[in-house]
Design a binder for this molecule. Structure first.
Ligand code: ADP
Ligand code: MG
Length: 358
């Protein structure tokens, strides 16, 4: 079992802060994802867990034991490298055996371990193949098997499937999720792809320039982002963030082009966020109560349609189910349920913060 915790960990390179006061707990047996843009500190967190880096301040604990001064070998956490890290001239079997052969383990023990992990990962039938003859998902399994023969307490993966093409990425992330559940081991996973993070993680942490901005399940964070920064990172198309004017108990959004009935006239609200799927697009007709907006462009994606609309001075994206008969330049009326509106104060902090923060 392995629970991994950071308590107020800061890591600097020269004068620059790479990780700033990070506090989190990855629970035993959890698929935990760090998600953030490039250079936000994701790889540094993995190197700190592995023991390749030491924090400047703060404490790292594995199963409650402080490990700041423990060597990587002593921590027994395994980094699973990308597919590319398999030796191309060796079969899957030789690749998996390699860490034990290198340690001069007894032949009998090596074969026992190989049989055990092959069964767990369902790769017994492909052991004779070299990596080039394996599918993306199979290569991933072999790479994990190679880490698994060492029997670590937890696995770390640094953007492991970013090099694969889109179709293979989708296939492989499902495999990864499945494998983690079957193995029942803690997995700390890094990605810069929001859809991948949402798809695989039991819980995730959102990073911005070395600082953790929010921790929660993907849906908790999607439904209650703690800030406009977090809100914009999740979802495709991304959340519409619009300036709002509050006065005397009523809200005006996009110069009155979007109607939100019953939005609380809270003086602190500076911006509101509307998810594209929460915006209702209706045809506008003369005499309608709602103000008209003009459709800018329409993207039919089959199962749903993305409609970009000029609403007052704002450009808003709405996602409509199916294939509605909406054309560019058409006049439409936009509305949204007050219950679906995200409210942010000046500076971007959510007014209803996420249920679970840190
Ligand atoms: P990510 O993996 O999210 O792209 P990193 O953890 O690699 O981010 O980097 C976080 C910050 O730390 C960046 O500003 C990066 O330039 C800096 N950094 C990372 N490793 C080093 C290093 N070995 N020396 C100096 N700066 C580093
Ligand atoms: Mg990185």
């Amino acid at each position: 079992m392995a629970e991994i915790a950071f308590r107020n960990v800061t890591k600097r390179y020269g004068g620059a802060v790479a990780i700033s006061d990070a506090t989190f707990t990855v629970r035993d047996n959890e698929f935990f994802c760090f998600f953030g843009p490039p250079l936000s500190g994701k790889s540094t967190i993995l190197r700190l867990i592995l023991g390749l880096e030491t924090p400047d301040t703060g404490e790292i604990l594995i199963d409650g034991r402080p490990v700041n001064l423990a060597s990587p070998a002593d921590r027994n956490v395994a980094m699973v490298f990308q597919n590319l890290a398999l030796f191309p001239h060796m079969t899957a079997r030789e690749n998996i055996r390699f860490p034990l052969v290198e340690r001069k383990s007894a032949e009998e023990q090596i074969e026992r371990k190989l049989a055990e992990v092959s069964e767990k990962l369902h790769i017994g039938h492909i052991l004779h193949k070299p990596p080039a003859k394996l599918s993306g998902g199979e290569r991933q399994r072999v790479a994990i098997a190679r880490a698994l023969v060492r029997d670590p307490v937890a696995y770390l993966m640094d953007d492991p499937i970013s090099a694969l093409d889109a179709r293979l990425r989708e296939e492989t992330r499902v495999e990864l999720k499945r494998i983690q559940r079957e193995l029942g081991k803690t997995l700390v996973y890094v990605t810069h792809d929001q859809e991948e993070a949402m798809s695989v993680a039991d819980r995730m942490a959102i990073l911005e320039q070395g600082a953790i901005r929010q921790i929660g399940t993907p849906l908790e964070i999607y439904d209650s982002p703690a800030s406009t920064y977090v809100a914009r990172l999740l979802g495709s198309p991304t959340m519409n963030i619009l300036p709002v004017e509050m006065s005397a108990g009523s809200a005006t959004v996009a110069e009155g082009a979007i109607t939100v009935a019953g939005l609380a006239g809270d003086g602190d609200v500076s911006e509101i966020g509307l998810r594209p799927e929460d915006i209702k697009v209706a045809p506008w007709s003369e005499g309608a109560a709602l103000k008209p907006s003009r459709v800018y462009e329409v993207e039919p994606l089959g199962g749903y349609t993305v409609v970009t609309v000029d609403a007052g001075a704002a450009r808003v994206r709405a996602m409509v189910r199916g294939q509605p008969d909406i054309r560019p330049e058409a006049l439409v009326a936009l509305s949204c349920d007050a219950a679906r509106v995200h409210r942010f104060q000046r500076g971007g902090t959510a007014i209803r913060p996420a249920a679970e923060q840190f």
